[in-house]
Design a protein around this ligand. Structure first.
Ligand code: AMP
Ligand code: ZN
Length: 415
């Protein structure tokens, strides 16, 4: 059945076809920066990745799913301003950067498991791929896209035609040096040029994580890890790349510029998919506002984390979504009701066997597939589930269908 996905690159829904049907779909999902706990906003983004992966598999594709772990180089602002988030986290936790990275990577996947997200087939850490990042920067030098100053190695964005137009973001909208306290390298050629390698000088003279490179001792910029690891595990061109909507303006244009600059402009990814942010009580989640909740907080309050998953499924991934405790309570009730209904069906399914699988069952299968294949329309897919459960098809068939749909929804309905 045809699968349609909204491609942020072309800004329209497109029919999905894999680049290489025999080797499987190459899916790269930008992963977490491991300096703090995963929050409910992260949960929303990784839910979208999980539904995408499950939908591809539901449609019969083998998926090579790669996810990076950012454990170095991501500064407080995505546009290369401020301290390294890992070093900031280490100071706060009174731990080494390596301990912080290990602790929060483990915690991240525990949270993701609690939400029933399928583990990526490859999980790769930036610090394990310094060699690959250096090699990629060398290619960029060879192709005249890189230059170095006393402080860093930069990508020369003026050399990459269309850099400012990727994803329809005008160059003027890119946030560059917006924080007053941050010193901008005076030798940068263009304000929007981004760092490929930071040298261990100036602000970063004491940077804890550092490696030798052809440009001196230092550490990689944040963006280069995704290009290097995507190419290592999935090849120079991939089928789908995902991220949160914040990556439309800086991280993803930079990934495209680096990757295509290195490969001679081979399109880096066929599809780019971005999910909308989660707000809390109508405002941005922030620790200072006290409306910041981790997945662990939800569990500690006694909620089944799958209720959060149920809540996310109620809104399309591109629509804004607002979290309230009332909405989570509603989701928990809905989940319990659904699990109970399916549980009751399971009891009857064990005693009575359906005479024959009828046409209605096939109709529901098609309806569900059409819904989820319409740019991952989870709320429509849930509506098909409820309609099917209320229908007059035999209970054993209802049970089989519910479990079948749950391969995509992941609500742990099989008890
Ligand atoms: P980070 O750990 O900050 O690098 O973020 C990991 C992913 O989570 C990125 O793709 C972000 O866009 C996404 N993300 C961060 N905050 C939110 C939020 N409030 N709602 C949805 N996605 C988010
Ligand atoms: Zn990335």
């Amino acid at each position: 059945m045809d699968l349609y996905l909204y491609n942020s690159f072309s800004r329209q829904k497109e029919l999905f076809t894999p680049i290489n049907p025999t080797s499987g779909v190459g899916l790269y999902t930008c992963g977490p920066t491991v300096y703090d706990y995963a929050h409910i906003g992260h949960g929303r983004k990784f839910l979208m990745d999980d539904i995408l992966r499950r939908t591809l598999e539901f449609n019969g594709y083998k998926v090579n799913h790669v996810q990076n772990i950012t454990d170095v180089g991501h500064l407080v602002s995505d546009a290369d301003d401020g301290e390294d988030k890992l070093e900031k986290g280490a100071k706060k936790q009174n731990k080494t950067v390596w301990e912080v990275a290990e602790y929060f990577t483990k915690s991240f996947y525990e949270s993701m498991d609690a939400l029933n997200f399928l583990r990526p087939t490859t999980i790769c850490k930036a610090t394990d791929h310094i060699k690959e990042q250096i090699e990629l920067i060398e290619k960029l030098f060879k192709n005249s896209y890189a230059y170095d100053t006393v402080e860093a190695v930069y990508f020369d964005t003026a050399k990459f035609a269309d850099y400012g137009k990727l994803f329809g973001q005008p160059l003027s909208e890119k946030k560059v040096g917006v924080r007053n306290e941050v010193k901008i390298d005076a030798n940068k050629k263009n304000p929007q040029d981004f760092a490929l390698w930071f040298k261990r000088v100036g602000n970063f003279a004491d940077h804890v994580m550092h490696w030798d490179s052809p440009w001196g001792d230092g550490f990689p910029g944040w963006h280069i890890e995704c290009s290097a690891m995507s190419m290592k595990y999935l090849g120079e061109q991939i089928d789908i790349h995902t991220g949160g909507e914040d990556h439309l303006s800086i991280h993803h244009p930079n990934e495209i510029a680096q990757s295509e600059g290195a490969t001679g402009k081979k399109p880096f990814s066929k599809f780019w998919i971005h999910s909308a942010f989660l707000t809390v009580d109508g405002t941005k989640m922030s620790k200072s506002l006290g409306n910041y909740f981790t997945i662990e907080d939800i569990i500690a309050k006694g909620y089944n984390p799958i209720a959060l998953r149920y809540l996310y499924l109620g809104a399309h991934y591109k629509k804004p979504m607002n979290f309230t405790w009332q909405a989570l309570d509603g989701a928990l009730k809905g989940l319990k009701r659904l699990q109970q209904t399916v549980n009751n069906l399971q009891i009857s399914a064990r005693t009575i066997l359906s005479e024959e699988k009828n046409q209605k069952m096939e109709d529901y299968r098609i309806k569900f597939n059409l819904a989820i294949n319409d740019d991952l329309n989870t709320s429509k897919a849930m509506a098909v589930m409820f309609e099917m459960l209320k229908s007059n098809i035999p209970n054993p068939d209802k049970y089989d269908l519910a479990i079948f749909f749950d391969e995509v929804l992941g609500l742990r309905l099989k008890v």
